[in-house]
Design a protein around this ligand. Structure first.
Ligand code: CTP
Ligand code: MG
Length: 231
C-alpha cells in the first residue's frame, strides 16, 4: 500500500501587511484566486491523497466562492472539509493536524503549505516528498545572496556566516505523528514555523532546494512580482 500523504494549506490569515479588505489569499492573480493555485497544484499531484484547507471562520464565504470559481477542480474528492484556524499561524496548522488526526485513515506523511505561496512548483514538492522517505522533517530553502546585517538600534553587525544562513519556504514536510506530537506539546503559539517545533523534538531534519518563484505574497509588490512571473 502506498504511503498516504496529505497537505494542509493554511489560509486562515488576515493579511494585515497586505492591507486589503479581501484577505490576500482570496485576491486574483492573473486568471485565478491565489488560494486556488495551491489547491490546483496539490490536487493534481499524484502522490497527494488529500488536501486539508484551514480557513478563518469569518472567511467562509470567500472560501466557498473560491472553490466554486474553479469548477470541477473545486469538487475534487481530495479536498476535505475546511477546518477553522486560530489567531497565529501555528494554531492554524495545529487545527489542520487535528482535523487529519480525526480521519478514519489519518495520513502517514503531511506537507504544510502557505496559501500565500501560489507559485509552488511540482519540482519543489517532489524534492520535499523524496527526502521525506529518509527524514522526519524536510523543508525547502534558498541561499542568501545579499550581505546580511544585524541592526539593533545604532549597532551594526555584518553576519559573516552568510553561507550557513538560508531563507525557508513551504511546503514543509513531516512524518504525520511526529509533527502532530510536536504541536500537541507546544505551548508557544508564536512558534515561528513547524520545522523549529520539530527540531525541538530532536527529529531528523533535511533541507532541500526551494525555488525563487515560490515567493510568499506579503505585500502588493509581491503580487505584482508574481504576476510578472506567470506572464
Ligand atoms: N496563516 C494562517 N493563520 C494565521 C496566520 C497565517 O493560516 N493565524 C496563513 C496565511 O493565510 C498564509 C500563511 O499562513 O497563507 C503565511 O502567513 P502570512 O504570510 O504571515 O499571512 P497573514 O498572517 O495573513 O499576513 P500578515 O502577517 O501580513 O497579517
Ligand atoms: Mg502573518
Amino acid at each position: 500500500m502506498p504511503t498516504k500523504t496529505a497537505v494542509i494549506i493554511v489560509a486562515a490569515g488576515k493579511g494585515m501587511r497586505f492591507g486589503n479588505r479581501t484577505p490576500k489569499q482570496f485576491l486574483r492573480l492573473k486568471d485565478m484566486l491565489i488560494l486556488n493555485y495551491s489547491l490546483r497544484r496539490f490536487i493534481n499531484h499524484q502522490a497527494i491523497h488529500s488536501v486539508q484547507p484551514v480557513i478563518n471562520e469569518k472567511h467562509s464565504k470567500f472560501y466557498w466562492n473560491a472553490l466554486r470559481s474553479i469548477g470541477k477542480l473545486g469538487k475534487s474528492e481530495k479536498i476535505l472539509s475546511p477546518t477553522f484556524g486560530g489567531d497565529e499561524r501555528s494554531l492554524s496548522v495545529k487545527s489542520g493536524l487535528l482535523a487529519l488526526a480525526k480521519l478514519k485513515e489519518p495520513p502517514e506523511k503531511v506537507l504544510i503549505h502557505d496559501a500565500a505561496r501560489p507559485l509552488v512548483s511540482k519540482e519543489v514538492i517532489d524534492r520535499v516528498l523524496q527526502s521525506l522517505s529518509d527524514f522526519e522533517a524536510v523543508f525547502p530553502v534558498l541561499p542568501l545572496v545579499d550581505a546580511v546585517w544585524k541592526v539593533e538600534k545604532n549597532k551594526y553587525e555584518l553576519m559573516k556566516d552568510r553561507n550557513s544562513l538560508f531563507r525557508a519556504q513551504t511546503p514543509q514536510g513531516f512524518n504525520f505523528s511526529t509533527i502532530l506530537d510536536a504541536h500537541l506539546k507546544n505551548t508557544d503559539h508564536w512558534a515561528l514555523d513547524d520545522i523549529s517545533l520539530a527540531t525541538k523534538l530532536g527529529v531528523s531534519v533535511k533541507h532541500v532546494n526551494g525555488c525563487e518563484t515560490n515567493l510568499k505574497i506579503t505585500t502588493s509588490t509581491d503580487l505584482k512580482t508574481a504576476e510578472r512571473l506567470i506572464e
